[in-house]
Structure formats: structure tokens, C-alpha cells
Design a protein around this ligand. Sequence first.
Ligand code: PHB
Length: 393
Amino acid sequence: MFTPTMSRRAALTVAFGLAALLIEPARAQDTFKIGLIVPMTGGQASTGKQIDNAIKLYMQQKGDTVAGKKIEVILKDDGAVPDNTKRIAQELIVNDKVNVIAGFGITPAALAAAPLATQAKVPEIVMAAGTSIITERSPYIVRTSFTLAQSSTIIGDWAAKNGIKKVATLTSDYAPGNDALRFFKENFTAGGGTIVEEVKVPLQNPDFAPFLQRMKDSKPDAMFVFVPAGQGGNFMKQYAERGLDKSGIKVIGPGDVMDDDLLNNMGDAALGAVTAHLYSAAHPSQMNKDFVAAYKKAFNNRPGFMAVGGYDGIHLIYEALKKTGGKTDGDSLVAAMKGMKWESPRGPISIDPETRDIVQNIYIRKVEKVNGELYNVEFATFEAVKDSGKTKK
Ligand code: PHB
């Protein structure tokens, strides 16, 4: 191979090239890469920040080596624009050779990445989005967030059983809003309730004021609200400005509108709001108390439900890698994730082995003042709730 005419320099180059080839695969095997795609800018930025924070916290607590592999998180901001999500997922899979893609702040982003996960056999860990159909879009999708069906069915029943007869609904006009509306309506009307007004607001930069006047005029007992994480503060500001709190129209819904990272700044207009959800910063377990204290210390804010989706998502990845003994192919990882059970700051959770979706407690909570701060105080628990919103087979 080395002819006598070959220069010393050329020979060295070849030798280095060969050495690099030998070293490279070894290094690649020792690193496990997670491509984290979340909105860090734009209207959904609070979701990305909560997930990024929670993953940083988890890795600080548990270290960054699992089954002999160094975990590397590559954070990318998609601004919650699905075209960006798709392009970024492609780059992460093809160029960075990530072992897992994760995050996904909104449903359209999770759906945009699904065909790539299937094609590349790379697990897609959904830590935020909540439309039921998502896990049906790829056998490589596993979810640690929630579905809107889980909480909206329960608040629908609760409203009908607790003296609420007439409800006006306000929902964000895209897939999870439509799930929330459908599952609330089915259960509330089956229990004898009536919907007196139904409005849908745009996902991007919604102005709630014109809709709130219509709500007020329809004189409901309560208004059912779904807006995605990050929008609750603005919604409650406009709700108070229009005097809906003074008219005695209580807010009910899934808990997204009362997200803990915004709740304490909403003011007294939020008092008495009853929502059904997976997580409250006031959840009284020791594990949650420790989680909230550590998160506050590190980031100077309360964790909300998106932080918990991220914390559990990274835990799922760590535990799957341990269970496979460091095998990193998508099929082995997803098989390891199916049926996994653990205690989360939100309570006991598991991954349904049939659907790869999360099974979790749903709590009914009321906003109350505790030591001068607003909290969602849990007062009823529905245990091990599965998603009921998938396509009927
Ligand atoms: C979603 O787009 O699926 C989504 C986002 C934020 C939420 C709930 C659902 O709070």
C-alpha cells in the first residue's frame, strides 16, 4: 500500500485517517445522543423552558452516564413551527445521528416528526403534546405528557354532578382544543348539562376580549376553557378585565389554563377555578416537595406540568437504556419502555404497553391561597387513568 514514491506527509495523512476511522466508532458507541426539539421562542416558549430546565435538573441529580454511555442532549428551538420541527428532526437524525428525538411542544410538531421516527426507527419521546392520536402515528412514539381526553372527560362528569347546568366553552382552535371540547361535551351532556355558547380562538396570539363578551352575555354557570400552556396568564388577565369573575362565571377545564408556572401571577380572579389535571405544584408527596424545592432553587420559578413531562421523559430514556444494558437501537429501547412504571412528582405513572401512552392519576383541583400564594389544591383523585380518546378499533 505504501509505495516507495509516497511522500512521508501523505503516508502520515493515511495513517491518521486510518486511526480516526478506528477511534470514531468507539467514540460514537460511548455517547448516547438525545435531540431535544422544543419551542424556546415565541408563544409556546414557556413549554420549552420548563422541559429544558427539568432535564437539566434530572441530569444534575442523576449524573450524565447511563449503562456506560455519556448522555448528550442537543437542544434545538423549533419555535413550535411544524416545518421547523421536521427539518430539525431530519438534521438531528441524519447529521448528528441522535439515538432519540424528544420534546415536541405542540401536537402539530409531534405529528410532523412521526414519519421520520418510523423511517429511521428512532424513538420519539413526546414530553408535551396532548392530542390522543399522536401515539398512533408511529410505533416509535412513546408519550410522557398527557392527553386532553384524560382530563376533559373527568371535568365533564364532575361539572354535571356538581350543580353546573349551563356551560360556555372557549377552546384553542387546533387538535388538542378539539379533543378537549369533544370529550368534555360528551361527558357533560351525558350527565344532563347544556352547552350555551361555543367559541374557538386562534392558537397564535389570541385576543380573548371579543369572545369573553359573548361568553358573559350567554350567562353560563361556568366557562370551560382550554388554552395551551403559556397562554393562561393572558387569558385570566382579560377574563378579570371584562369582569367575568365578578359575574360569578367560574373557570373550569383541563388544568392547562391554570399552569403552575403562571398561576401565582394571575391574581384573585383565579381563586375558585376547578380543573382536572395530571400535576399540581402543591401535590403533597415527599417526592414532589423535593422536586419543587430543587426546581425553584435552580430556576427561581415553580415547575408546571410541562416540566414534569420533561422530567419523566428523561427518566424514561435513562431507565430504558439501563434495561437494554446499553443497547441503543430503537426497537430495543421502545420495547424496554413499554410497561415501565415509576413514581413521578405527579404521582404513580406507567407506559401502557399496548398504546405506548401514559397512564396516570388525574386530580381535581381548586385554586386556593396557601401561605399567601395561589395553588391548585387537589381534592379528588382518579387513579391510573388511560387515554380514552384513540381511534376505536
Ligand atoms: C398540544 O399542542 O398538544 C398541547 C400544547 C399545550 C398544552 C396542551 C396540548 O397545554
